[in-house]
Design a binder for this molecule. Structure first.
Ligand code: DAH
Length: 339
């Protein structure tokens, strides 16, 4: 019996050493130590062993069992360690690999330019207000001193909803709303969409954006207007930007001016950007016409004001050197992704 046990033990240990996988080890455990395992079978033969020999044989059996169990544990640990090693190797992270790029949206150049303009004026203490895009003729024209025979009032230039209601052609209409509220002084800018019956081309669109500016206070002068817009131009286009006020006419301001900035590309030498002149026109402005103040219930003897109107697209096109306005509305990702 001893020999049989020794043979069994040797055989089992060999099989365990040869095992390459954990489930194989389990099969071996069952085959030798299980209820119907070989070692268990040997134990069943104990009844035939002489009584006095039984303790000894029992000892053998236990030794064999222990040897097999120990070997099973040892190899199990080895195999587990190997498996872990392999897993770690497979899952190793190369921290030097470039990270996966997150696809984030891009702000539209109009939005970037608007945020820049708002930042500048909010920094000077202006409020940002909005007004309606569908507007009464009164706010868009009449209250701004625009006479009935003015060409802008023609159906060819303006989208009418009814006789008296239209899509606003300029954000100047918001000036009137703000003045009517009567909360003086006023220091506001009003960005928004405007509409004109224009054909689409590189510089025109039936819908575009303006930013209106209005300041009403006692003792406001043209010098305040000049200082404000000069500061605005410097912050927007660079510290060395110069401004030039050219006399102009707008029905709702008197005097009126158009403002040019020195070309930020060639610094006045003349280039494609400024069409060789060294100057780029950026906005219209003026002192609010006394009649306009009066119509909105403000006493022109007590209060004065200045106003300005900037084309948002114009600013964005200039700043980002975009040479066709249509790109702003086509939602072409190849264009938008650049901002
Ligand atoms: N509303 C004018 C336009 O659309 C722009 C403008 C000019 C606005 C002078 C003003 C201003 O406030 O003072 O052409």
């Amino acid at each position: 019996m001893k020999e049989r046990l020794e043979k069994l033990q040797a055989e089992a240990l060999q099989k365990i050493s040869d095992a390459k996988a954990l489930d194989k080890l389990n099969d071996i455990r069952v085959a030798y130590l299980g209820k119907k395992g070989e070692l268990t079978e040997v134990l069943k033969g104990m009844k035939d062993v002489a009584k006095e020999d039984r303790p000894k044989v029992g000892q053998f059996v236990n030794d064999a069992r222990k040897a097999i169990e120990d070997k099973l544990d040892e190899v199990k640990k080895q195999l587990e360690a190997q498996a872990l090693e392999l897993k770690l190797e497979e899952e190793v992270i190369d921290v030097t690999l470039p990270a996966k790029k997150n696809n984030v949206g891009h702000r539209h150049p109009n939005t970037i330019a608007l945020e820049e303009v708002e930042r500048i004026f909010v920094g000077m203490g202006y409020e940002v207000v909005e007004g309606p895009e569908v507007e009464y003729d009164y706010y868009n024209f009449e209250a701004l001193n625009i006479p009935a025979n003015h060409p802008a009032k023609d159906e060819q230039d303006t989208f009418y909803v009814t006789d008296k209601i239209l899509l606003r052609t300029q954000t100047s209409s918001v000036q009137v709303h703000e003045m009517e509220k009567g909360n003086l002084p006023i220091r506001m800018i009003s960005p928004g969409r405007v509409f004109r019956a224009d054909e689409v081309d590189a510089t025109h669109s039936p819908s575009f954006h303006q930013i209106e500016g209005l300041v009403i206070d006692k003792d406001v002068t043209f010098a305040d207007l000049k200082g404000t817009l000069a500061q605005f131009a410097k912050e927007l286009f660079g510290e060395d930007t110069k401004v030039k006020f050219r006399p102009h006419h707008f029905p709702f301001t008197e005097p009126s001016a158009e403002v040019d900035v020195s070309c930020f590309k060639c610094h006045g030498k003349g280039c494609r950007m400024c069409k060789g002149s060294g100057w780029i026109e950026i906005l219209g402005c003026g002192m609010v016409h006394p009649h306009v103040l009066e119509m909105s219930g403000i006493d022109p003897n007590e209060y004065k004001g200045f106003a300005f109107g900037v084309g948002l697209e114009r600013i964005a096109l200039l700043k980002y050197e975009i040479d066709d306005m249509r790109l702003m509305y086509e939602n072409d990702e190849r264009f938008l992704k650049q901002f």
